[in-house]
Ligand binder design. Structure first.
Ligand code: GDP
Length: 454
């Protein structure tokens, strides 16, 4: 139980990015204004997910790391985005669908003081199709007199309603007790088909060429049908042979399906990315070289880092590159993607098929790094040598010492250092740089944790 035990230590990954291991995922879904954010705050025990009274507020943040009585989990909050009435059913349903897809347990929140609305019924139809546990949360039951209103929600056909007051905390502990009875220790979504073909997520902002790449890889052009949001289909993965090996491209249905949302499209895209990452071992992030590297590109890459998956960068539409643009591109990469210099890079054209075969060695390298384990003896020899050549700078006449180190887990490589005193962030980055110099780790994030012994 190495991996689990050491979650306790897991604080910061490379460059201070918080790393989310394969924690079980709880998703909160429901229409606007039922109190999803309040419930998120209550469960997290902090005010991270801001409660907004104004509808239409967009946040990028999709998931939070939570802890409840020694159990750690990822909480996915679809309340980060609240649509207005126009097209609401399709939008809520589309988001609910993705949330269901990426979670281990779903909390469906209904406003008990209002009762079930048509939009609620719409979501219920989606929820009935999933085999995942669904908890019907009857919110805004602030005192016992309102409990009959919660009981009325039995008629939704989702089983027993759990009356809670997210705002005051009433009933939430009882709800969570039941949730944690069925929530797995490790995300079942992430564990899916462990040992089968390696699982690849193709990520990138709209129009970077994700479906073109898939089509080219599958060597057949497929018609991409415009589908209405909210039509539930099982999330389809595709097995594609590349370089003589079968790969599982996860959530390709999500790529092929065009969801035309009037609003909330960005939030929906973040959810999709998160969902694909939950299932994948390695992500190929596509960048469109004919366009400047955008904040959205960087955000997607950061989601990969947070998820702790292996990473390959594919610079697509290389056929459109001229000398002028090329100079800018290299400068943008240096500026915006400096923190992922370690990711294998392939310059491709999904349209012409240029260098697509180079994806395979890049994927293999990244996965190999992701799986790498350095024996404890070797790692300590590395540390000893490093400290001798470059001791930690003195701090107030004292010097934090590294007593011992070990690699706690792979996927991604996660190291724990037992120290006297905290190591400076600069020194930790230095250790990570040296680890990469000596061992490569091309294509994988590295996590370095410390356990301080005073
Ligand atoms: P997705 O939204 O990421 O799935 O992007 P698509 O695969 O639908 O591609 C968006 C547009 O870019 C389409 O018009 C594609 O034909 C075009 N496209 C994709 N890859 C390339 C490429 O390598 N070169 C050029 N010139 N166009 C491309």
């Amino acid at each position: 139980e190495d991996d689990l035990g050491l979650l306790e230590l897991s604080e910061e990954g490379e460059e201070g990015i918080r790393y989310l291991p394969a924690l079980p995922v709880i998703a909160i879904v429901g229409r606007p204004n039922v109190g999803k954010s309040a419930l998120v705050n209550r469960i997290l025990g902090r005010r991270e997910a801001v409660v907004e009274d104004t509808p239409g507020v967009t946040r990028d943040r999709v998931s939070y790391k939570g802890e409840w009585l020694d159990r750690r989990f990822t909480l996915v909050d679809t309340g980060g985005w609240e649509p207005d009435a126009k097209g609401i059913d399709a939008s809520v349903a589309a988001q609910a669908e993705v949330a269901i897809d990426l979670s281990d347990v779903v909390l469906f929140v209904v406003d008990a003081t209002v009762g079930a609305t048509a939009t609620d019924e719409h979501v219920v139809r989606l929820l009935r199709k999933t085999k995942k546990p669904v908890f019907l949360v009857a919110n805004k039951v602030d005192d016992a007199r309102q409990e009959p209103e919660a009981a009325a929600l039995w008629n939704l056909g989702l089983g027993e309603p759990y009356p809670v007051s997210a705002l005051h905390g009433r009933g939430v502990a009882d709800l969570l007790d039941e949730v944690f009875k069925v929530l797995p220790q490790v995300s079942a979504v992430a564990k899916e088909e462990f040992g089968g073909p390696r699982r690849v997520a193709i990520l990138g902002r709209p129009n970077v060429g994700k479906s073109s790449l898939l089509n080219k890889a599958a060597r057949e052009e497929r018609v991409v049908v415009n589908e209405l949001a909210g039509t539930t289909r099982d999330p389809v993965d595709e097995q594609i042979e590349l370089g003589g090996k079968i790969w599982r491209f996860v959530d390709t249905a999500g790529i092929r399906r065009r969801v035309h949302l009037q609003q909330g499209a960005d939030f929906y895209a973040s959810l999709r990315t998160q969902a694909a990452l939950e299932k994948a071992e390695v992500a190929v992030v596509l960048l469109d070289v004919s366009q400047p590297i955008s904040e959205q590109d960087v955000r997607i890459i950061d989601l990969v880092l947070e998820s702790g998956r292996a990473l390959v960068l594919a610079y697509n539409k290389w056929d459109l590159l001229d000398d002028d643009r090329r100079r800018y591109l290299e400068r943008e990469i240096e500026q915006d993607l400096h923190h992922v210099q370690w990711a294998p890079r392939v310059n491709i054209s999904a349209k012409t098929g240029r260098h697509l075969e180079k994806l395979v060695p890049a994927l293999e390298t990244a996965l190999e790094s992701w799986d790498t384990r350095i024996p404890t003896g070797k790692f300590n020899a590395f540390l000893t040598e490093l400290v001798q050549a470059h001791p930690h700078p003195l701090r107030g006449g004292k010097q934090p010492r590294i007593l011992f180190g070990t690699q706690a887990s792979t996927r991604p490589p996660t190291f724990v250092l037992f120290t006297t005193g905290f190591l400076d962030p600069g020194y930790r980055r230095f250790i990570q740089r040296r680890l990469r110099e000596i061992y490569g780790f091309q294509g994988t994030p590295i996590v370095l944790n410390m356990r301080v012994r005073e």
